[in-house]
Design a protein around this ligand. Structure first.
Ligand code: S3P
Length: 439
């Protein structure tokens, strides 16, 4: 498939109705494969995200000698090899589009007795890796990157790692997780302090696998030299994928949608909080817990939205949801201002610039700032051609904009939607979005 030529055509108007279960959580699916591989015994994963990013992690661990059975849609069984049972991959490990896979695997592979090379696609090859290679070097790892600090990563292995006490300069769950994973192999204690709360799936899942991660305020610590034991992981639906539908139903008059079995870990629910502050009508039903993660059904109904100043402390809790939230802002009364979100510039694309360009293309005023954006809500906007820059979340965000557009929206370069949301077009069509896909 030629990635650049896959395009979506979205008809203007419509409403979202019915019920929907979006695919499994991407962050949790990656971790289920990784921890299952490093554990002793079998780990059965249900609700696994069969998207390209998590399949890259799955293939990577197979290349490292781990037997992983695919038992059906979203159902895999990992035959753990224990912390010291991985074997060298014969070729460079290709992690495709996935920053999570590369950063977390850098932590795992730094602790091995053998060398590994990690490569990625054009987008991943532009993304900053010093944020993990620098603290891993402090732990004793030797990792080579390009002079710009980007992939490929050559991880020498065979070093004895030592625990460090690291204060992260940015709020990154990927960095925290990479260091905790390396910490499993380190002598002594590894501690990471975060400048603001970030998603804590690693800490929760490590606990589920029998490894205690101690938290004291913003600092998490674990001791090296332990072991993990496998078990069952049930992956909730991804709130980051649900976010497109939370926004779509909020902006389209007549909408009412039930999103089933969505992960509502408090380190991920910034999108609900921000949308509610804008006036959205979102209800949380039947909160429950699955595999150490809170889950619920979310009902969202159309409501008129108002622009807001997004509080900076909510930014890491909604970091992947801003493309969708910018579409909500475009449909709100008044101005929405985002600050403190420079991290958006180093995601799968520069999401501030890519969204601003797309918003201008459909006639919505957006002013780019170094660490955020100012969006003027519009009573009405037209259609146009949007470039997603190969970024799944840009493509899906503009697909939702079609619900309020007055003309057709065309989105190009959409193949990477498959990284996080395989079946997006069918699922979105089934609840009322007028979307088609063509090559
Ligand atoms: C992720 C953490 C976030 C997020 C990414 C997944 C994870 O990145 O943007 O999609 O699974 O740990 P950062 O931690 O770098 O902000």
């Amino acid at each position: 498939m030629n990635a650049l030529t896959q395009r979506y055509t979205v008809m203007p108007g419509g409403a979202l109705k019915g019920r929907l279960r979006v695919p499994g959580d991407k962050s949790i699916s990656h971790r289920a494969i990784m921890f299952g591989a490093l554990a002793e015994g079998e780990t059965e994963v249900e609700g696994f995200l069969d998207g390209a990013d998590c399949l890259a992690t799955l293939a990577a661990f197979r290349a490292l000698g781990v037997q992983i059975e695919t038992l059906g849609a979203g159902h895999v069984r990992v035959h753990g090899v224990g912390l010291h049972g991985l074997t060298p991959a014969s070729d460079p490990i290709d992690l495709g589009n996935s920053g999570t896979a590369m950063r977390l695997m850098a932590g795992v592979l730094a602790g091995q007795a053998f060398a590994s090379t990690l490569v990625g696609d054009a987008s991943l090859s532009r993304r900053p890796m010093r944020r993990v290679t620098a603290p891993l070097a402090q732990m004793g790892a030797r990792i080579d990157a390009t002079p710009e600090g980007t992939p490929p990563l050559r991880i020498h292995g065979a070093e004895t790692l030592r625990g460090i006490d690291y204060a992260m300069p940015m709020a990154s769950a990927q960095v925290k997780s990479a260091l905790l994973l390396a910490g499993l192999y380190a002598q002594g204690k590894t501690c990471v302090t975060e400048p603001a709360p970030t998603r804590d799936h690693t800490e929760r899942m490590l606990a589920g696998f029998g490894c205690r991660v101690a938290r004291d305020g913003a600092r998490v610590c674990l001791n090296g030299g332990g072991r993990l034991s496998g078990g069952k992981v049930v992956v909730p639906a991804d709130i980051s994928s649900a976010a497109f539908f939370l926004v779509g139903a909020s902006i389209a008059p007549g909408s009412e949608l039930l999103l089933e079995h969505v992960g509502i870990n408090p380190t991920r629910t910034g999108v609900i909080e921000i949308l509610r502050r804008m006036g959205a009508d979102i209800d949380v039903f039947e909160p429950r817990e699955m595999s150490g993660e809170p889950v619920a059904d979310l009902r969202v109904r159309y409501a008129p939205l108002q622009g807001i100043d997004i509080p900076e402390d909510l930014v890491p809790l909604a970091i992947d949801e801003f493309p969708a939230l910018f579409i909500a802002a475009a449909c709100a009364q008044g101005t929405t201002r985002l600050t403190g979100a420079a991290e958006l510039r180093v995601k799968e694309s520069d999401r501030i610039q890519a969204m601003a360009d797309g918003l201008s293309a459909i006639g919505v005023a957006a002013e780019v700032q170094s660490d955020g954006i100012v969006i003027q809500g519009a009573d009405a906007f037209g259609g146009g051609v949007i470039h997603s820059h190969g970024d799944h979340r840009i493509a899906m965000a503009f697909a939702m904009a079609g619900l309020r557009a007055e003309k057709q929206i065309e989105i190009v370069d959409c193949a990477n939607v498959d990284t996080s949301f395989p079946g997006f077009v069918d699922k979105a069509s089934a609840v009322g979005l007028g979307i088609g896909s063509s090559l």
